[in-house]
Design a protein around this ligand. Structure first.
Ligand code: MF3
Ligand code: CO
Length: 247
């Protein structure tokens, strides 16, 4: 069952989302060559706790950090550490916030210094794919309309979408129903209704859609070592259309 949230509940998630947006703003100045992914993690965790909230990811199924930082061929769930970001890298930063009993989840992929044209294009297409999917999140549409919008935009631009990872409902728990694939035919799955809250998260690869997990049992990487980008926002379906809660 997909939860339907009341206006006051949506307001709570919006406040978690606002905190998350502010957290991204707080760490963005650090995103320069030489910064370690561990420094980003520390800064994000400090910011979240300073606002009286908790990083959703820390301790989730044993996950050891507050954020995920996924560099270049890393798709998602990269564990922060001593790795320094270099000029020309791209890094996906994924953060979850738990505030007053409500989660919000978002991710952005950033260029570090001067990146290749392909990297820039991949980032742009992934962000556009997310925006197109959000645009489909209207009451009366079917869930796979979102999935299809992502796949169509990614493949139409010569990229591929990761098939083994999905977006999700979110609210009291970080992962709720429904699962939201980033591919598939339109017009399938549950009918969207006002009050549903979704974390939509396209993962788009430069080359093959295939991924595997590193020995740390968390980090997903592309099977061919080519680049991957990830964007995510938490959104609400409302009678007035989709509302983005994390921007
Ligand atoms: N945005 C990711 C997701 O929805 C974050 C989970 S990372 C984890 O799955 F470490 F918390 F698992
Ligand atoms: Co998520």
């Amino acid at each position: 069952m997909i939860a339907i949230r009341s206006g006051t509940e949506l307001e709570e998630i919006r406040r978690s989302g606002e905190l998350l947006r502010d957290c991204f703003e707080a760490i963005e100045p650090l995103l320069r060559p030489g910064v370690t992914t561990g420094a980003l993690d520390e800064a994000a965790e400090r910011f979240i706790r300073s606002r009286g909230a908790i990083p959703s990811f820390k301790g989730y199924q044993g996950y050891p950090a507050a954020i995920c930082a996924s560099v270049n061929e890393q798709v998602v769930h990269g564990i922060p550490g001593p790795r320094e970001l270099l000029d020309g890298d791209i890094v996906g930063v994924d953060i979850g916030v738990f505030r007053n009993g409500w989660h919000a989840d978002a991710s952005r992929t950033y260029p570090i210094g001067a990146v290749s044209g392909t990297a820039r294009r991949l980032i742009e297409v992934t962000r556009e794919a997310l925006d197109l999917a959000i645009g489909e999140a209207k009451a009366g549409r079917r869930l796979s309309d979102l999935s299809h919008a992502v796949e169509r935009h990614a493949t139409g631009n010569g990229f591929s979408v990761v098939r083994s990872l999905v977006g999700h409902g979110i609210g009291r728990r970080m992962h709720e129903e429904p699962q939201i694939p980033n591919f598939g035919a339109p017009g399938r799955g549950p009918v969207l209704a006002a009050g549903m809250v979704l974390a939509i998260e396209p993962m788009v690869n430069e080359g093959t859609h295939e991924v595997f997990t590193l020995a740390d049992n968390w980090t997903f990487v592309t099977a061919d070592g080519k680049l991957s980008a990830h964007f995510e926002d938490t959104i609400a379906v409302t009678d007035g259309g989709p509302v983005i809660l994390t921007r």
